[in-house]
Design a binder for this molecule. Structure first.
Ligand code: NI
Length: 180
C-alpha cells in the first residue's frame, strides 16, 4: 500500500494548470491511480485530482455515495483530460471541503447541472450528465486541474469555517452537502 503525500493550499503544484495526458492507457497511470485511490480512501475523501499528489497532469478520480437525490450514487470514476459544459446559467451554494485545505469547509457556488466528458484508463470516452452533488464534486475536482481551490470560488469568505465549528450551522444550512 502506497500513501501519497497530499499537497496543501500554498504549494505551487496546486496553483498552475496541469498538463494534458497524451496516452490515457499508459501503464504508469494505472499505478498512479491505484496509489491515488488508496490515498483518497485513507484520507476519507470523495475525490482526488493528480496535482493534489504532486503530479501536475489532467487526471481526477471521484465517487458519489448513495443519497436521497442519487439513490445509486456514482461508482468510482477515473477521468483523464476531463472537460465540463455547464447546462444551466444559475448556480447553487453548497458546502465543500478539500484534502488540500484540511480542517476547513466553505460554501461554494457551483452549476447545478453539467455535462462532462473525459477518457477512462482504457482510452474509451466517458460522457455523462450530472446534477447537484455529483455535478459539484466533478466541478471541484476539475478546478484542481486549472489551479483553482474552492476558496477562490467563494463569494463570502465569512462562510469559510473550521469543520469542527460546523455544529453551529443550522440544519437547513448543512443539508447542502460536502465534497472533497
Ligand atoms: Ni479538493
Amino acid at each position: 500500500m502506497t500513501l501519497l503525500k497530499i499537497a496543501r493550499m500554498g504549494h505551487p503544484v496546486l496553483q498552475g494548470p496541469a498538463e494534458e495526458i497524451a496516452d490515457p492507457t499508459a501503464p504508469e497511470l494505472r499505478l498512479l491511480v491505484r496509489d491515488m485511490l488508496e490515498t483518497m480512501e485513507d484520507a476519507g475523501g470523495t475525490g482526488l485530482a493528480a496535482p493534489q499528489v504532486h503530479v501536475p497532469r489532467r487526471l481526477v478520480l471521484f465517487f458519489v455515495s448513495p443519497s436521497p437525490g442519487a439513490p445509486d450514487g456514482i461508482p468510482l470514476t477515473v477521468l483523464v483530460n476531463p472537460e465540463i459544459v455547464p447546462l444551466d446559467r444559475e448556480s447553487a451554494l453548497g458546502w465543500e471541503g478539500c484534502l488540500s485545505v484540511p480542517g476547513l469547509i466553505g460554501e461554494v457556488p457551483r452549476h447545478t447541472r453539467i455535462r462532462y466528458r473525459g477518457l477512462g484508463l482504457d482510452g474509451a470516452t466517458i460522457e455523462r450528465e450530472a446534477h447537484d452533488y455529483h455535478a459539484r464534486v466533478v466541478q471541484h475536482e476539475v478546478d484542481h486541474l486549472d489551479g483553482i481551490l474552492y476558496p477562490q470560488r467563494m463569494q463570502d469568505l465569512g462562510r469559510l469555517i473550521f469543520e469542527s465549528e460546523q455544529r453551529h450551522l443550522s440544519r437547513s444550512e448543512t443539508e447542502r452537502g460536502e465534497a472533497e
